[in-house]
Design a protein around this ligand. Structure first.
Ligand code: ZN
Ligand code: ZN
Length: 209
């Protein structure tokens, strides 16, 4: 491991992820088998134009059932991360707990399932051997990353007038104490309304909503 504070950025699944089970065990048992892994992820994932920071493990559970022609694998991923709050940009905690279902089929058998056009279908040489699901776990983790996370549901965001984060202390700006530039805009808006009755009102111009 390289020292220093720089975090590893994962563009694909961490190379040390060991996440596979013995397919022959599943076929022989004839019932649903449960598997469990703790996959280390100490680093960052870039997604939705922001950075998700992980420091611990991704806990993965898989419930596998099937025979030599098809497996159904229910994958549960859970992990803790942090990501900038969508309103105030402070560090917001993120708890991921999601379930995904994948279908595994041997290539030879899959040819007879022409109707199946499933993006959750994984083709393997044979099910009667070691089945590696780490790619599907990685995919599940990425899909689980929400676009918007809030530090708290009550986050008051950044003041549009002075730019300060409003959660801790009130910056003192009120709706009335408007930046002079906005006052001009407000005047203009009023004029628009006066000049063109029945139009406008939708061009606030001072916020991206
Ligand atoms: Zn916030
Ligand atoms: Zn303010």
């Amino acid at each position: 491991m390289p020292g220093g504070d720089r975090k590893m950025i994962f563009l694909e699944k961490p190379q040390n992820w060991q996440c596979s089970f013995d397919g022959s065990e599943v076929i022989e048992s004839g019932s649903c088998l449960n598997f469990f892994w703790m996959l280390p992820i100490d680093g960052e994932i870039e997604h939705w134009g922001q950075t998700y920071s992980f420091t611990e493990n991704v806990a993965v559970k898989a419930a596998v059932v099937g025979d030599s022609s098809a497996f159904t694998v229910d994958i549960n991923v859970s992990a803790d991360a942090t990501v900038p709050c969508a309103r105030c940009l402070s560090v917001a905690p993120l708890e991921i707990i999601r379930n995904f279902r994948y279908f595994y089929r041997p290539l030879a058998v899959a040819a007879s399932f022409e109707d199946v056009e499933d993006e959750d279908l994984v083709l393997v040489q044979s099910l009667d051997e070691e089945i590696d699901i780490s790619d599907q776990v990685w995919e599940s983790l990425i899909i689980s990353l929400p676009e918007k996370v809030l530090c708290s549901a009550e986050c008051r965001g950044i003041c549009p007038f002075c730019g300060r984060v409003r959660n801790k202390d009130d910056c003192g700006c009120s709706g009335e104490a408007i930046d002079p530039r906005f006052e001009i805009l407000a005047d203009r808006k009023q004029e628009d309304r006066d000049n063109v009755p029945g139009k406008g009102g939708n061009q606030s111009g001072n916020s991206k909503k």
